[in-house]
Unconditional design. Structure first.
Length: 256
């Protein structure tokens, strides 16, 4: 997972690297051995000491990562027409599809077609994610089925990333339905943690979301994958031990 710093000029996105220079030793491989100055013990010790200070300084830098997952991204990204991606419920109201009717997004897994997500009308009849389509149709014969459109989901997620950039310049795509925002520098700017959380929810209003935070991005991702909205102060929080192993999304063989 690589964090990417987006610039406001909308130029091509680039990752910024910050090399740590511990010291420079005189001489080079193209010089004869007799021309190379032998390393001075005191200078070497000083270089190591400086490197240690730099590392400790980097470790001391506080970070706060918000992870926002969109569990119903496939529903929100329903395609209307050939090239139009719906990015909000309001935009879909005028579409030919009636979202008030039971509707489910499907995908093929292990050779079988399953329900990926369902709208509220379908859930009210017992249609759940992971359910075989035949079982869903048995519950709701009039259930409208739409095949998952990963291209539309990716386009919608990129749109959400652009929105997130109004709060922080450091945004990462954490998974196919989640993004990470580095927010430490934004806390004081926007009036504290609670205000910032409220702003994130306001920014993504109209989308079902799960929002968690942690000093470590991976922990924040695990929280939303577990469906919990915790806001950790450090990585030693005992609540992390209670997360189900499924939240880590390790391969099935590893989980067993």
């Amino acid at each position: 997972m690589k964090s990417v710093r987006y610039n406001s000029a909308k130029r091509p996105l680039q990752a910024e690297l910050f090399p740590l220079q511990a010291g420079v030793i005189r001489g080079g491989p193209d010089q004869p051995a007799s021309a190379q100055a032998p390393p001075d013990l005191a200078s070497s010790k000083q270089a190591l000491a400086n490197a240690g200070k730099s590392i400790r300084s980097m470790q001391a830098v506080q970070r706060l990562w918000f992870c926002v997952s969109f569990p119903e991204l496939s529903l929100a990204a329903l395609r209307i027409g050939a090239d139009t991606v719906v990015v909000s419920g309001d935009a879909l109201q005028g579409a030919s599809a009636d979202l008030n009717a039971p509707l489910a997004i499907t995908e093929q897994q292990a050779g079988a077609v399953q329900v990926l997500s369902a709208n509220d009308a379908a859930k009210a009849h017992g249609v759940l994610a992971g359910m075989p389509v035949n079982a869903a149709l048995a519950l709701v014969p009039q259930l409208m089925l739409c095949e998952r459109d990963e291209h539309a989901e990716k386009a919608l997620l990129e749109y959400l990333v652009q929105q997130a950039m109004t709060l922080t310049p450091v945004v990462s795509v954490a998974s196919s339905s989640a993004i990470l925002l580095e927010m430490q520098g934004s806390i004081s700017l926007f009036g504290g943690l609670e205000s910032l959380l409220a702003l994130v929810r306001q920014l993504f209003r109209g989308h079902a979301l799960c929002l968690a935070s942690s000093p470590v991005p991976q922990a924040a991702l695990w929280l939303v994958q577990a469906g919990v909205e915790w806001h950790l102060q450090d990585t030693h929080d005992p609540r992390l031990k209670s997360l189900p192993v499924q939240a880590l999304q390790w391969p099935q063989a590893v989980q067993q």
